[in-house]
Design a protein. Structure first.
Length: 101
């Protein structure tokens, strides 16, 4: 049990440093006010009201329109790759059912 003295030493040094910090702290902390905006603009799927959702163009347009955040939907493909897509199935947004019957 060679590790016991090391653990005890670490615990002792930590407790001494904490108590020394508590005794020597004469400074007062100042807290800066946090400015919170009245609202936050979140572009869900980019500017999907104007352009195809999750497209690069929709992301660029959302940024140009002043969105604070762009919220994308991410799904994992069968092989574990991340895909930016709202639906869990491709047939809702593609012709995959026709191409791969």
């Amino acid at each position: 049990m060679k590790w016991m003295p090391m653990v005890a030493g670490l615990a002792l040094s930590w407790s001494l440093s904490v108590s020394a910090q508590a005794d020597n702290s004469t400074e007062q902390l100042t807290v800066e006010p946090v400015i919170v905006p009245e609202f936050i603009d979140i572009a869900h799927r980019g500017a999907s009201g104007y352009l195809p959702e999750h497209s690069q163009a929709a992301t660029v347009m959302a940024h140009a329109l002043g969105a604070d955040y762009i919220e994308q939907d991410v799904q994992l493909s069968r092989d574990g790759k991340a895909v930016v897509l709202h639906d869990a199935q491709l047939d809702a947004v593609t012709n995959v059912a026709e191409v791969f019957p």
